[in-house]
Design a protein. Sequence first.
Length: 607
Amino acid sequence: MMQPILRVNLTTGKVDEYHIPQSWQDDYLGGASLAARILFDKLLPGLDPLSPEAPLLFLNGPLSGTAGPAVGRFVVCARSPATGFWGESNCGGFWGPELRLNGYDGLWVTGKAEQPAYLTVINGKLEIRAAGHLWGMDTYSTQEAVKRELEVKNPRVAVIGQAGEALIPYASILTDHGRLAGRTGMGAVMGAKKLKAIAVKGNQKVPVVDIEKYSVLRSIANHELKADSYTEVFHDLGTAGAADYFDYLGDMPKKYFQNGVYENALKVSGSSVAESILVGTTACHACVIACGRVVQLNEGAKRKGPEYETLIGFGPNLLYDDPSRITQLGELCDRYGMDTISMSNTIGLVFTLSEMGAIPKEDMANLSLEWGDAECMEHLIHLTVRREGIGQWIAQGARAFGGHYGHEQEAIQVNGLEVPYHDPRGSSGMALVYATSPRGACHNQSDYFVIDMGQVLTSSGIKKYDRQGGAEKAANVAIHQDWRTVMNALVMCVFANVPVETVLGLVNTACGLDWDITDLIRSGERGWNLKRVINHRLGLSRQNDTLPKGLLQPYKDHPGGADGFAPDFAAMIDAYYEARGWDKITGYTTAEKLDSLNLGWAVEDLW
């Protein structure tokens, strides 16, 4: 049950409401799937992602802020400046629920402010304020400065840092205690609009169709979730709780995806953080998991602790092993407002090309560019945000950096988005996940490695196959992608191990639907295919559905848990197209498939 969207044009100052058609809510639920439907007519091939005309949509789901299981989240969607394709980022904290309390479920921003500005949405009223004094400030300082200016208690503030201002294509949006819409460059889209921050504070109720039934179901769901073994690991050890096991399986890459073994890998894990610097936890709105880390370093200050991707990205990926220093590097990226996956991945490429002798000495700025040099990593982060020296090329991402030095094929990326730290040579299903994700290489469009670890959702039709299996897994991967698309529509955290049947009950009571499990999964399939149509319109073809060469060959030395394996990608992608009902020559979703998903209206646009 979705509320209206508040629209604002920063060029003209015009503010109005957009009412979401009920049929769209019924087909797409909310979140990223509904955002794709709303923005469908706007994301055209000639649209510059950083132009005033480009839309930027913040959107909740029908469960956001209901105190259900891990549903205090929202999404941010636009055309990605990093990839040129569908841009989607998912964020926790308290901002989304607070927007719902204003009587709105979305904020749709177009135009460009003449001077830096920030928005406030307080008790249903939007105001545009000057932000010249905030421009140039980091994300945490900006949040505190905005809070001091507002005459309301504890507003929630989403902000960009200097990376967003500098239009770094992997700039992020941050809110609360280091909760980020981290990927696909939504912070750059916000920066291009001269929009520094958005503060929200509301006093209304969150809409639910059958509040009595929903309250009972969500209470049961939260109790079950709190007792779940996955929740215990996330709470005690954070998102890096399984890092040791990932290392054992060969799922954790080392030395920029070149090695399967790093002798100090176990020093960089959720366990090592818990045993050394952990002093507390944080949670998003009404979440019983509380996976957020609070750590204390030698100087005594308490900080946000690193999650898995940051730990591995600045750790084994770069042959480094000090969680305290990695915490500082992660915080530096957060303060600048910059995705740690893209940043650490691109630094890995810098070190790789330097080792190959491909970077001229005059470009190295007297830096060692050597594996494990944390001081060099920090300096490169600063250079990137300032776009100075070699930083001007790092700022464009791994694909562009590799291309500048004549080695684009060495960049571990898909469609311009840097690959996260789950290696398909340890969990082969991730090969299809990365190659076909609508936003480029992404582990949250399907974290299929959890299926290989045993988190099998049998009622959804997902089965268990060998973790290094091949084409037989393709249909399984597609179903899991559809399931995660449902979660990104609700918007529910992927760390919440909630049974499909429980989610179905929550959806039916909150939205007034009478769905079965097939209907629920079908809604995810519908959203997935709609994003595919958008990307084809923006230029995506079968040639885009591929992996970098580094992930398609076995580790040369010390394979570890990967054990000399590389996925048979050609067979897997053909089987995937067949499972999806897509055309094997073009990669397009077929007219028959679109018709079956109530997407027949998009057939003419695609074909």
